[in-house]
Ligand binder design. Structure first.
Ligand SMILES: NC(=O)c1ccc[n+]([C@@H]2O[C@H](COP(=O)([O-])OP(=O)(O)OC[C@H]3O[C@@H](n4cnc5c(N)ncnc54)[C@H](O)[C@@H]3O)[C@@H](O)[C@H]2O)c1
Ligand SMILES: [Zn+2]
Length: 347
């Protein structure tokens, strides 16, 4: 595939196959912050590519995945930037999944009160979701993503070739966010996702990533600080967050979102809105998540009540008025329960 550039107000996003070996930045010094799992895979190529010309590269290896999103790694990376002599006109480049870009972005936002930041996402979720929109941050023992900053990357380079080394389970998780983007804005994504086998070498991945990226880019450029339509990106996430919490994260995020979208579909159908349950069910069949644990809805409802979209008037859900036409709607507890029963019977 040729690479395509998605122009949007906040960052330049390029999607293509084989981009890694072409990436350069105009800075004299950069810190290349990368996930340890990529040391033998994609880091050497990007390292070489960045180091061409006059750029001096300091590579900083993070623990793989979520283990990097905490204060001790944050502090250690900041110290390494200082020791390497990075200045205000230096930059941070993140290579990895969403955990890496969240941590590295927060480092870039904090060092010398903010230096340039670039992202090279290597998971499907990071490409279509985490690297776009400028949310960065780390976890606390008290909860995920409790500390952070909005810090927009100058550019994002999504090289779909890097997905060929991704474990299948991680690819399947990211697919849930791409499918969500199809439901809320670009229905042609649904066919692309349901119509192909999911693996990292798939020919269709480039088109899929480009479309899904465009949806998030468009929504966050209209609403960078989450005052309005950015909330639509939470389709399926009210139940998903509750499922993750109640299972102590035994159910991974992407699988919880798969179930959450199917529940939202049942809720919408029951309220007389468009019926997309056949689509969300087909997605679950493709995704093959862990089985839904036996749960009492009232217990889940307690966790859903903690969702950010709840307000004093009751619990609000993102639902689909029509396909690709999301709305935010308050739903009575009795309706939530009835939809739960039809959802469970249809899983
Ligand atoms: N900032 C945002 O807007 C935003 C949005 C959604 C999610 N997130 C965050 O993103 C994180 C989840 O991101 P993720 O799903 O990318 O997980 P991740 O970064 O933990 O990566 C998942 C796993 O894949 C490995 N990996 C990454 N790229 C690989 C590759 N190309 N080949 C082989 N292995 C590879 C990693 O080592 C890790 O074990 C969470 O911390 C979440 O909070 C942020
Ligand atoms: Zn999500």
């Amino acid at each position: 595939m040729e690479s395509i550039t998605i122009n949007y107000k906040l960052s330049d996003i390029r999607v293509g196959a084989g981009l890694l070996s072409t990436i350069t930045v105009p800075h004299r010094k950069v810190a290349l912050v990368f996930d340890a799992a990529l040391e033998q895979l994609h880091w050497p190529v990007l390292q070489r590519s960045l180091a061409t010309g006059r750029t001096e590269v300091t590579s900083i290896k993070l623990p793989a995945g979520e283990a990097s999103k905490n204060f001790s790694v944050f502090a250690s990376v900041l110290s390494q930037l200082a020791q390497a002599g990075l200045t205000r006109d230096s930059a941070v480049v993140a290579l990895g999944g969403g955990a890496t870009s969240d941590l590295a972005g927060y480092v870039a936002a904090s060092y010398l009160r903010g230096i340039d930041f670039y992202v090279v996402p290597t998971t499907l979720l990071a490409m279509v979701d985490a690297s776009i929109g400028g949310k960065t941050g780390i976890n606390l023992p008290e909860g995920k993503n409790l500390v952070g900053a909005f810090w927009q990357p100058k550019a994002v380079w999504a090289d779909v070739k890097t997905l060929s080394t991704l474990p299948l389970a991680v690819l399947r998780e990211g697919m849930a966010e791409a499918f969500k983007h199809g439901l809320i804005r670009r229905p042609e994504l649904l066919e692309i996702i349901l119509g192909q086998a999911w693996h990292g070498q798939s020919q269709g991945l480039g088109a899929l990533v480009a479309l899904a990226v465009a949806v998030k880019a468009e929504i966050v450029s209209n609403d960078p600080h989450e005052h309005g339509e950015r909330a639509f990106l939470n389709y399926g996430h009210t139940l998903a967050h509750a499922l993750e919490a109640i299972t102590n994260h035994a159910l991974p995020h992407g699988e919880a979102v798969g179930y959450g979208m199917h529940y939202a579909a049942h809720l919408g159908k029951q309220l007389g809105m468009v019926d997309v349950t056949h689509l969300t069910k087909a997605f679950l069949r493709h995704q093959q998540p862990l089985p839904l644990p036996a749960l009492v809805f009232e217990d889940l409802a307690v966790f859903m009540g903690r969702d950010k979209k709840s307000n004093s008037g009751g619990l609000r859900f993102v639902l689909l008025g029509e396909l690709a036409k999301p709305v935010l709607l308050r739903v009575e507890a009795s309706e939530q329960l009835a939809a739960w029963h039809s959802f469970v019977a249809d899983c």
